[in-house]
Ligand binder design. Structure first.
Ligand code: 3HC
Length: 327
């Protein structure tokens, strides 16, 4: 169906023809564009997920940015700076994708600042040592890739398109984390121990990035029916565990989970129950660094007020001059 034909049906959220076309597009595994009719609940859940994702990218800069001045060499410093800058870019693509659903970026940012919007639990944990930067790259960006590659096929087209570039960049991030850990794991005994301790700290929180267990995930079922999410939280978590166990072996490191073992019958690794009470506390804003992360973000937002004002003034003048020229 052409865009023109589709836009004829984009007339209002109560529109029966719009509903029918929406259902046909979802059933055909096709894409919904911003001008298409969509149910209010579909729009709402996308704004929720995409804005939370954007906030995660923005808050996620903090644990790593803390290490830019302490990176062990100029090479590591420049790589880390580029990575942190990439995360800012991801946040911006995602805010733009969410804005196409009709909620302004200002509104979404306000929800983050007033604590009504969530961001990923993982970014409430500190990066204590240089090896933690390796663990973040390998495990956190690794989990992000497993979670986000299927989102490249999300039914909402601007989200899926943003995810394609994000996933490509995340692959570099994961490699840089792996490489940091590889060097440490093949360095002195103390360096190897530092790498092992870092992955001990990040294993559980990285597995929790996939969200609560399926039995406790209120949004998953509907999001999968709408082809926003393609796999459940537990399926993706399992996929991630199956991927990282052999990778840890290749690093010469291991996960300190006594229940982690290959299950021949299932063809997957079994792993231990995660601490879901801790997870709930963290997403309630009671994680080890939650207060610090939000204070930092609010401060950065305040410090950036003059930039937003200057940009708004410039836009007014520039557009004023443009319309005078075209008059
Ligand atoms: N941290 C914080 N909140 C979480 C969470 C987590 N790890 N996992 C789930 N939640 C929240 C959900 O947002 C939801 O709250 P809400 O209803 O108020 O929005 C609630 O817990 C119940 O969870 P559900 O499983 O029902 O929620 P979803 O179906 O939305 O699934 C998700 C959660 C898997 C995180 C999904 O939203 C998703 O895939 N989001 C896109 C990816 C994303 O946001 N990743 C964050 C990591 S950031 C990142 O990757 C940056 C990179 O640089 C490393």
């Amino acid at each position: 169906m052409t865009t023109a034909e589709r836009s004829l049906t984009s007339v209002g959220e109560d529109d029966a023809a719009g509903q029918k076309l929406f259902e046909e597009l979802i059933a055909a595994d096709s894409r919904i564009e911003p001008t298409d009719w969509m149910p209010a609940a579909y729009r709402k859940t996308l704004v929720r997920q995409v804005s939370q994702h954007a906030h995660s990218e923005i808050i996620g800069m903090q644990p790593e940015a803390n290490w830019i001045t302490r990176a062990p060499s100029l090479k590591r410093k420049s790589i880390l700076m580029a990575k942190v800058q990439d995360e800012a870019g991801h946040g911006l693509y995602l805010y733009s994708a969410a804005e196409t659903l009709g909620t302004s970026r200002d509104e979404m940012v306000q929800q983050l600042l007033d604590g009504t919007a969530k961001y990923s639990s993982i970014f409430n944990y500190p990066a204590r040592t240089w090896a933690d930067i390796g663990a973040i790259g390998w495990l956190v960006d690794g989990a992000a890739i497993v979670n986000q590659v299927p989102l490249c096929r999300a039914s909402y087209a601007p989200y899926g398109r943003a995810m394609v570039r994000i996933c490509k960049e995340e692959s570099f991030h994961q490699r840089q984390g792996w490489e940091i850990l590889y060097e440490l794991a093949h360095g002195t005994e103390a360096q190897k121990q530092m790498a092992q301790e870092a992955i001990n700290r990040f294993y559980g929180p990285a597995l929790q990035m996939f969200g609560p267990p399926d039995t406790d995930s209120p949004n998953s079922q509907q999001s999968m029916e709408w082809n926003i999410k393609r796999f459940s939280n537990d399926d993706l978590r399992q996929r991630f565990v199956d991927m990282i166990v052999p990778q840890a072996e290749a690093l010469g490191l291991h996960f300190e989970d006594p229940d982690l073992k290959w299950n021949e019958e299932r063809g997957h690794y079994d792993f231990g129950e995660l601490d879901w009470d801790e997870f709930k506390q963290v997403i309630k804003g009671e994680g080890p660094c939650s207060v610090q992360r939000m204070q930092r973000r609010r401060q950065a937002h305040e410090d950036g007020a003059w930039v937003r004002e200057a940009a708004a003034e410039f836009a007014k003048k520039y557009h004023g001059a443009e319309s005078a020229l075209s008059a």
